[in-house]
Design a protein around this ligand. Structure first.
Ligand code: TEU
Ligand code: CA
Length: 542
């Protein structure tokens, strides 16, 4: 046993999207050597682990989520030696590396697929999901997440293969035990390299059953996950987090069962899907229903208490920037970025910070031609073909494109924000001269210093990890407030979620408690300023 039981309950994770983090060789693309160079920045922030988005060999059709060799590093990112050095150097700083495992599909350039498509009799053919048919007559009407049909015709085999994502991401056939065993061998190989855990890409889609038109939560899903656990990371207390868009709280309890039979935790997306028209796509924008946000957060906090474990996140490489989304990235950028951070970090679970979130980085200020993401490009084509206007479509893209998260990291105010000496693969946000790490590391009022403090507080007071959650001011249309309570400690979190001053209805909630943290220098006691947040704390022994 290398890892202490449940060590990840006190951990804070930082997600790196390698392409956009730090370039070291001037080709305009972030790489592993670049990450190594910035480890001391992460050490200063105080995080325990890095979740590294995929760096394995890939044709980069979906920025590395299309893997052509799980046991090699893409030359764009460096070499296996670089990767080993990263693992070692990070460990020296007390930082673990979480590998992103893409087990639902491979690239169509993976050796297995190249073999599989040679003939129906090939050993690897059954590694993927095939259906007989005739050209143009699809096996059924299942759709790809990136638009269009999920079936691709292979004339040489007179068969279709199944892809939930792009045509270049054929789905693996988990029903074939050889596929599973091969993946387990690969994972154990990475375990031997000294990683601290794994993030499992779209793990709830591995047990698909096209016959039943099922992708999420297929009949054999938990059987597969438990086997995966037993054969690989279950042998020690690795941190594992499964991406599960289809999870409700009941399923989450099973995934994060304290008996350790599946994962440490999952990413669920109920809160993330609130600002879209119900039953439609993320692109179909709706106002955030604030009372519902409180309800959803409360439900997850309560239901998993003692029964499982939550991950806490606002951002990742697929999501728009939270400060632009539910904060105010103009007038109150700093205040609202801090408030949103503190709102989340006061809850029970393991917090994930996405690169640049700790700086209050904003959505991309892009024109159509600047966007690179395959999902955004497919969406634009589909909607224009469906008769939407350019303006309407661009409004959705500005709000929800995955590229909002993928603009290069803003390190300093030099050319290209210090991200690269060359031409960046994607345009740097033009606000880098005012929003950058160098400035914020020396400014005691910065978002960065505030995040440092959030991490420090979580390490210092057990109530952040253990306290039981109860919602305060339930019906209040502008205030998000809650209490965390453990045997010995109490924490009160008070947030003004909007840009107007508001009277806090029950100042007695914080009577006799110490102000631990706030995003304003002077508080007006019972009045909350725009996006104001306060932590109040009390220990029974005081
Ligand atoms: O994302 C899963 C997924 O379903 C996303 O495509 C999601 O629906 C979309 O981003 C919301 O806009 C994971 C990875 O995080 C993503 O980057 C990959 O593209 C995808 O899997 C395929 O591997
Ligand atoms: Ca590079």
């Amino acid at each position: 046993m290398k890892f202490k039981k449940c060590w990840w309950k006190t951990a804070v994770i930082y997600q790196i999207y390698p392409r956009s983090f730090q370039d070291s060789n001037g080709d305009g693309i972030g790489d592993i050597k670049g990450i190594i160079r910035r480890l001391s920045y992460l050490e200063a922030l105080g995080v325990d682990c890095i979740w590294l988005s995929p760096v394995c060999k890939s044709p980069q059709n979906d920025n590395g989520y299309d893997i052509s060799d799980y046991q090699d590093i893409d030359p764009m990112f460096g070499t296996m030696d670089d990767m080993e050095e990263l693992i070692k150097e990070a460990k020296n700083k007390g930082i673990g590396i979480l590998l992103d495992l893409v087990l639902n599909h491979t690239s169509n350039e993976h050796r297995w697929f190249l073999e599989a498509k040679k003939s129906r009799k090939n050993f690897y053919h059954d590694y993927y999901v095939w259906r007989d048919g005739s050209e143009g007559d699809f096996p059924n009407d299942m759709r790809s997440v990136f638009g269009g049909t999920a079936w691709e015709w292979m004339p040489e085999l007179q068969q279709y293969y199944f892809h939930q994502f792009s045509v270049k991401q054929p789905d693996l056939n988990w029903e074939n035990s050889k596929v599973r065993q091969e993946l387990y061998r690969m994972i154990n190989w990475w375990i031997d390299k000294g990683v601290a855990g794994f993030r499992l890409d779209v793990i709830d889609q591995i047990a698909k059953d096209p016959e039943l038109k099922v992708t999420c939560n297929g009949p054999r899903l938990h059987e597969y996950i438990q086997e995966l656990n037993r054969e690989t990371f279950g042998k020690d207390n690795y941190l594992t987090v499964g991406e599960a868009w289809g999870a409700d709280t009941e399923k989450a309890k099973q995934y994060s069962n304290p008996d350790g039979s599946e994962f440490s935790m999952i990413f669920q997306f109920e809160h993330i899907c609130l600002d879209q028209i119900e039953g439609k796509e993320k692109w179909d924008l709706a106002q955030l229903p604030f009372l519902q946000l409180k309800e959803v957060m409360e439900k997850w906090q309560k239901e998993l208490y003692g029964m499982g474990w939550n991950s806490l996140f606002w951002n990742n490489h697929d999501l728009p920037r939270i400060v632009s989304r539910w904060g105010n990235d103009a007038e109150y950028r700093v205040e609202s970025a801090k408030m949103l951070g503190a709102l989340l970090h006061g809850m029970q679970g393991t917090p994930f910070i996405y690169q640049g979130e700790e700086l209050g980085m904003t959505n991309a200020d892009y024109e159509l031609g600047d966007y690179q993401d395959i999902e955004t490009k497919c969406f634009y084509k589909d909607r224009i073909a469906a008769g939407y206007s350019h303006e309407e479509v661009m409004k959705s893209i500005h709000a929800k494109s995955r590229d909002n998260a993928r603009t290069p990291m803003q390190w300093d105010d030099s050319k290209n924000a210090g991200f690269t000496d060359g031409k960046p693969w994607m345009r740097v946000n033009s606000n880098y001269e005012t929003i950058n790490a160098a400035q914020q590391m020396t400014d005691e009022h910065s978002v960065f210093v505030f995040y440092q403090e959030l991490i420090r507080l979580r390490k210092r007071y057990k109530v952040f990890v253990e306290g039981k959650f109860s919602l305060l001011c339930r019906e209040h249309p502008e205030i998000f407030a809650y209490r965390r309570q453990s045997q010995e400690e109490k924490l009160i979190v008070i947030c003004n979620f909007y840009g107007r001053k508001v009277q806090y209805p029950n100042p007695s909630d914080w009577k006799g408690k110490k102000l631990l943290l706030s995003n304003y220098e002077h508080s007006e006691e019972s009045v909350l300023k725009p996006y104001e947040v306060r932590y109040y704390y009390q220990c029974c022994h005081d």
